[in-house]
Write a protein that binds this ligand. Structure first.
Ligand code: SAH
Ligand code: SF4
Ligand code: F3S
Length: 473
């Protein structure tokens, strides 16, 4: 061996992530936790000594993916063992939390099963797994907070970064597993969030997206005692030098308070884009979903937001075919979409999740009906998204450049409304905001050219070249 001792001890880690942005963030933190044990990133599962599958339980299809992947990895593990090596296999995330015992029974070749609140204990689990015969399972909600025990963010996330500020949910919507997989609502203290934001900026981040299952319910301890709401936190974040853009997701309509709405009016770094899931436009269905708001409550929140920030673009989540949903209920959802107008949206067929109240409710909707409703809803949302993207053509606005484009000479950036923007430009713009003029709208992106004139939003010196696009919700 010619490598240094460090290289000889090097092990490779591959993490596959499904689900929401919180899982993307968690995967990065698991990599941080394992780095001191000598694990460096691998490009593929085949090239790794340890594979973590970070799973999502939100809909049935999301959970199904796990078992097919585990089947594939079993073969890889056997081949490795036959050659005298080994492969540590871990299942993390919300399926591990909800179905830990089932995974251990169905896939006994898995070494570690860990829930989202136990990632700080990973090194100890890896050590135990090397001694244990069966799987090491850690799916409790420990009294200590994982955030207090995770190492400081090590790896750079690039120009755009995620920062989890809140976890868990106490709202118990009828259809949703999150309160069971992520546990009770918890807000990180403001000082910890601000310190992490400063570290991210030092590592090259120019845009930070604050994450939480109910991010706008955040009420973290303030440095001076007492607590702050998210509006106040954004005001403090906006003061961090070099942090050019702020976003937050996912918000609940019930927690959109006056101070947070005012932040959209007062803070230029808070981007004019908000993901605000409404799920349905029918008050009957919203009540059955236990959402705690009506369709009109949602319309009023949107009106107040647009008053504060007239350029605001909205995105949302919709579920069709919740138990009890009639044609009239569905028509009310279509009407709400028509009235509000969305720049982007995610929509899903209701998927019965074990242990949730809606799973056993009467009035389950036939699959064919759900299919038809989803198609109609997605056609309307598609039209609105196309119209929004077309409305940007001819406009000049600031773009944050995040990385090189696919084609030679191209660079990629992000519009204020989160669309990817690609154009011909110098790589020295990466990590900076510069005005661009949009010449064409595409299904999910915009293209254009750098606007004549100076960079009127000079950013700090050139940052990391790695782009990081958000995973779909
Ligand atoms: N905390 C967010 C959303 C979390 S889950 C909120 O309060 O809205 C992301 C989205 O998945 C939800 O908004 C919902 O539209 C969808 N979803 C959750 N459970 C679902 C289920 N059982 N079937 C179909 N879609 C579901
Ligand atoms: Fe799930 Fe969001 Fe409802 Fe919480 S508020 S139960 S995360 S849909
Ligand atoms: Fe999925 Fe868990 Fe996120 S269920 S959407 S990974 S909170």
């Amino acid at each position: 061996m010619t490598g240094s001792t460090g290289e000889a001890a090097r092990k490779r880690l591959f993490i596959r992530t499904w689900g929401c942005q919180m899982n993307v963030y968690d995967s990065a933190r698991m990599a941080d936790v394992l780095a001191p044990l000598g694990y460096a990133p691998a490009e593929t599962a085949e090239a790794a000594d340890m594979v973590i599958l970070n799973t999502c339980h939100i809909r049935e299809k999301a959970a199904d993916k796990l078992f097919s992947e585990l089947g594939r990895l079993r073969v890889a593990k056997q081949a490795r063992e036959a050659a005298g090596g080994g492969l540590v296999l871990a299942v993390a995330g919300c399926v591990a939390q909800a179905e830990g015992a089932e995974i251990a029974a169905r896939a006994p070749w898995v070494d570690i099963i860990l829930g989202p609140q136990t990632y700080h204990r990973l090194p100890e689990m890896v050590a135990r797994a090397s001694r244990a015969a069966g799987a090491v399972i850690e799916t409790d909600f420990p009294v200590e907070q994982k955030f207090d025990h995770l190492p400081e963010q090590a790896a750079s996330q690039g120009v755009t970064a995620f920062l989890t500020v809140q976890e868990g949910c106490d709202k118990f919507c009828s259809f949703c597993v999150v309160p069971y997989t992520r546990g009770a609502e918890y807000s990180r203290p403001a000082a910890a969030v601000l310190a992490e934001a400063r570290r991210l900026v030092a590592a090259g981040a120019r845009e930070v997206t604050l994450l939480g299952q109910n991010v706008n319910a955040w009420h973290g301890a303030s440095p001076g005692g007492g607590s702050w709401g998210l509006g106040r936190l954004l005001r403090e974040m906006a003061e961090i030098p070099g942090l050019l853009r702020l976003r937050y997701t996912t918000s609940h309509p019930r927690d959109m308070d006056a101070d947070l709405i005012a932040a959209h009016r007062d803070l230029p770094s808070v981007m004019p884009y908000l993901h605000l899931p409404v799920q349905s436009g029918s008050d009957r269905v919203l009540a059955a979903m236990n959402r705690g708001h009506t369709a009109d409550d949602f319309r009023r929140v949107v009106d107040r937001l647009r008053e504060a920030q007239p350029g605001l673009a909205l995105s949302s989540d919709f579920i069709v075919g919740h138990p009890g949903e009639t044609e009239a209920d569905f028509a009310a959802t279509m009407a709400l979409i028509d009235q509000v107008g969305f720049a982007m949206a995610y929509s899903f067929k209701y998927s019965a999740r074990p242990g949730t109240p809606a799973a056993g409710a009467p009035g389950q909707v036939a699959e064919a009906v759900k299919d038809a409703r989803l198609q109609a809803l997605q056609a309307l949302l598609r039209d609105q998204q196309d119209a929004f993207n077309r409305s940007r053509v001819g406009l000049t606005f600031p773009v944050l450049f995040t990385g090189p484009g696919r084609h030679p000479g191209q660079i990629m950036g992000r519009s204020p409304w989160l669309q990817p923007v690609h154009l011909l430009g110098d790589r020295s713009l990466i990590g900076r905001v510069a005005p661009a003029r949009v010449l064409a709208a595409h299904a999910n992106s915009l293209s254009g050219t750098l606007a004549a004139g100076e960079d009127d939003h000079p950013g700090p010196p050139r940052a990391s070249l790695r782009a990081e696009e958000p995973a779909p919700a």
